[in-house]
Design a protein around this ligand. Structure first.
Ligand code: ATP
Ligand code: MG
Length: 139
């Protein structure tokens, strides 16, 4: 397990950018952390490495955003997702079974939809702007 400590949004983005260098096509990153933990900020950092120049926003309303750069990335926000049918209908499993790097915000909502292997990325808000970020490989 890898553990990082962030003291600002910028630091979270930088950690995300460094973390992204460990990824390869087909990897799935399941993010946990609760409202406003810093998941989208972390993904913004990841995208700086994976798809430079792409604008990352929160896919809360669109559910899925796709970015193309050095890698193909599918960025999900499962905040409003609760069933297997929802996942099926948004094309989630097509992405999971492809060579895209899949990044999932609000993985708490889709325990039934995670693949056999994934990287569990947790952001814990400690105090004010301090965040503990852990990355753990699940298989
Ligand atoms: N160390 C930090 N890292 C990241 N964000 C921080 C940090 N300290 C404070 N923040 C603030 O926390 C918020 C994080 O927002 P962000 O959209 O990245 O969170 P999120 O986990 O994606 O939220 P949501 O649950 O809505 O998807 C921002 O307002 C940011 O300014
Ligand atoms: Mg978000």
């Amino acid at each position: 397990m890898k553990k990082y400590l962030s003291h600002s949004v910028e630091e979270t983005e930088n950690i995300g950018q460094e973390f992204a260098k460990t990824l390869k096509p087909g990897d799935v990153v399941a993010m946990y952390g609760g409202l406003g933990a810093g998941k989208t900020a972390f993904v913004r950092g990841m995208a700086k490495h994976l798809c430079p120049d792409v604008l990352v926003t929160s896919p809360t309303f669109t559910i899925m955003l796709e970015y193309t750069g050095k890698y193909r990335v599918c960025h999900f926000d499962m905040y409003r997702i609760s069933t297997f049918d929802d996942l099926y209908n948004i094309g989630y499993f097509d992405c999971i079974d492809s060579d895209a790097i899949c990044i999932i915000e609000w993985s708490e909502n889709i325990p039934f939809g995670l693949p056999d292997r994934y990287i569990k990325l947790t952001i814990n808000a400690l105090e004010d702007e301090v965040r503990e970020i852990t990355a753990e490989e699940i298989k």
